[in-house]
Design a protein around this ligand. Sequence first.
Ligand code: HEM
Ligand code: SF4
Length: 436
Amino acid sequence: MENNAELVKQRYGNPFEGVRSALDRAASHGYDSLTDDDLFMCKWLGLYTHRHEKGFFMLRTKQPNGFVTSEQLETIADIAEQQNKGFADLTTRQDFQLHWIHYADALGILKRLESVGISTQGACGDVLRNVVGCPVAGVDRTEAFDASPIAKQISDFFLGNPDYADLPRKYKISVSGCREQCVHPEIQCVSLVAIERKADGSTELGFDLRVGGGLSTQPFLGKRLNAFVKPDEALEVVTHITDIWRETPEYRQKRHHARFKFLIHDWGLEKFRQALEERLGRKLDGAPSDVQDPSDVYRDHVGVHAQKQPGLYYIGAPVLVGRITAQQMKAVADICRRYGDGNTIRLTNRQNLVLLNVPESNVSRALDVLSQAGLSMNAHPVRRSMVTCTGTEFCKLAITETKMRSREIVEYLEQRVALDEPLRLHITGCPNACAQ
Ligand code: HEM
Ligand code: SF4
């Protein structure tokens, strides 16, 4: 087989256990005891080698639906402060990315994260990546329904599941109830978008199923399969879709063609639907045709918004290029404890963060402290909307530097250009389009 990655995966066995024992060995025998196979499979625990510095990794966490507690945020801040260079990046799949992880510290850091409920299993590698969902699920006044329990259910089923640790390639799912479709369902391998179906005078809530989206050098927008999926069918449907993908060997032949979007493109919707129905043992219900496209350009939940719970607000704070310092993370956790409900923070796929459940009487104080921490709400639209990938600073595939350049662009535009219409800027360091 010309695809070496498949051979590595076959001989490596369970990556979640294998990488741990390799890191354990390296802590006493040195970095060079890590084999090429170990370094390739490290991704399954969220670890990518740095572009420049031998012996250092970047580490990506998994925050299903972007959920973060104050304790988790403080732990990330502590690790960033004590063992890295004092910052973390917020990612386009609602995760944290830490840099400067020394190989000898990696296992200890993984354990520290696990002690506060953060997993890195499958944050990278040929697996289901973080399940993304609307960061204001459950509090958004206009959402169709709170889809976060379904996102969590799907995430829990696949997390660290050895039966799904060897997919042909990375695989991405969104589950959301938000009318603005903030999770960008159009670029996911599989997306469940909440909709309402009206029949016989009653309204039923469920999901519109889209398949085959994805970016990179050959982008495709996800296509509607004309399937209405009830919330209690979601895991079953997603599992069967994943089984089709896992068990179609053609997509293991060539790594650059090993993406679910190519299967959908090659097969077409009819053939795929039939295959899915065969596995389900029943026909899929048709979906309503009048699904609304989002109206907001930013689709980001930035700003102060009243929640569906009377008297409570959520505050979406822009984090420039997603880079957040340890002090800022601690400030946000502190604001959450003092002015919010103490525990509920969410990350967005636009590399910003949201504080939930802030009583009206606390909003202005929370805003003041956020502003003092450099996370002001009075931001120029490009500060709010700038999304930036990792770039040459750490990424081995990068052609250009990104974070610094994006920061300079924002600062330049802030001083010179007053926008009279919305503008979104996404800067990626190569055609893979990790900044979407
Ligand atoms: C062939 C290689 C790669 C491709 C095609 C690719 C493509 C993508 C795409 C399209 C996204 C968009 C986010 C989304 O899925 O919703 C993404 C996310 C991301 N990419 Fe890449 N990427 C590649 C390699 C890398 C590398 C080498 C790095 C850095 C070392 C990187 C860093 C990231 C990060 C931090 C995210 C956010 C992911 C998360 O939180 O789960 N990517 N990637
Ligand atoms: S877009 Fe390219 S440069 Fe940027 S993180 Fe992804 S692979 Fe690296």
